[in-house]
Design a protein around this ligand. Structure first.
Ligand code: CUA
Length: 325
């Protein structure tokens, strides 16, 4: 995988790559899912070959072979005892695996992610579960350390899935699930909503950025500093517009009057790699395009189109948001 400083095109590859990077684990939790998947694929292949062979015998075998295939012992073993045994072993294996993916050891970094139509609210928690930093659509984690993600939903059922780092877990309204992730190496790892949740379900992506542990600590220290106060004239105009046209009703920008919570937190939007929950690289052009008409990019998302803004106004807004690093 490319390092966290990778260009937007490799981000797009990580996110929109096809086929999705399954069976290609980059950490221990994904590894355990992958191992079980291969065992299942192997067993299914064996059973398929066995069933084909039995079918062949039933159709074309000699009378003696056919009589044996229908014999009581064959039916008892291959129709009952062996399938029940295989299913029991897989059930126990699966339950133990899920326990491994969800049991806390105490040294995990704690995060909370909540699913929304069609984006992800991200919180970094301290040891007692209090939010210390809010963000959206991007998870930054230290490599080599387990992270536990508490999952909730604010509307319908979503499913949180980072194929290379862990299992897949539903986000269910009114309930908290949890799942552990770990990346062995720094890099960007694509994530995707894996439960059909509405028209733009396929466009509900995110990215997990794993940093070397010291880099991650620096990143987090940066986040906890007060926001920048020096803004260009254009960015100041953008800040004013941000409040005037209504952005602040839904979006929060820490340290300002904008405290909306209906949409993604934009305090650090300028340093995010993607826009629209993992679907566009974050550039001036895509940012302007998103503000002006996000509905044509992601139909039915909850942000109205702002087609009435002039090019100057859009540039001012973009300039303000780009400065929110
Ligand atoms: Cu959220 Cu599919």
């Amino acid at each position: 995988m490319s390092p966290p400083t990778s260009s937007s095109s490799s981000l797009a590859e990580a996110l929109r790559g096809w086929p999705p990077p399954v069976l290609d684990p980059a950490g221990p939790f994904s590894q355990s899912v992958t191992t079980l998947s291969w065992v299942l694929i192997g067993l299914v292949t064996l059973i398929f070959i066995g069933v084909c062979a039995a079918l062949w015998v039933a159709l074309y075998g000699s009378a003696e072979l056919r009589a044996r295939l229908g014999g009581e012992r064959v039916v008892k073993w291959f129709g009952l005892i062996i399938p029940a045994g295989v299913l029991l072993v897989l059930l126990v294996w699966g339950l133990l695996m899920v326990r491994g993916l969800t049991t806390l050891q105490g040294d995990e970094l704690r995060m909370r992610v909540s699913g929304n139509l069609y984006w992800w609210r991200v919180s970094y928690l301290d040891a007692s579960g209090r939010e210390i930093h809010a963000d959206a659509n991007e998870l930054h984690i230290p490599a080599g350390r387990p992270v536990v993600v508490e999952m909730v939903s604010e509307d319908v059922i979503h499913s949180f899935w980072v194929p290379r780092l862990g299992g897949k877990m539903d986000m269910i309204p009114g309930r908290t699930n949890r799942l552990k992730l770990q990346a062995d190496e720094p890099g960007s790892y694509g994530g995707q909503c894996a439960e059909f949740c509405g028209g733009a379900h396929a466009l509900m992506g995110f990215v997990v950025v794993a940093h070397a542990p010291a880099d991650w600590q620096r990143w987090m220290d940066d986040r906890l500093k007060p926001p920048p106060t020096q803004l260009s004239v254009e960015a100041l105009r953008g800040q004013q517009l941000f409040n005037e046209v209504g952005c602040a009703a839904c979006h929060r920008v820490a340290g300002t009057d904008a405290q909306g919570i209906a949409g993604p937190d934009l305090t650090h939007i300028g340093s995010r790699r993607s826009l629209g929950a993992g679907i566009l690289p974050n550039t001036r052009a895509t940012l302007i395009g998103w503000i002006a008409d996000s509905q044509s990019i992601k139909p039915n998302n909850r942000m109205p189109a702002y087609r009435s803004l002039t090019a100057d106004e859009l540039n001012a807004l973009a300039s303000y948001l780009e400065a929110r690093k």
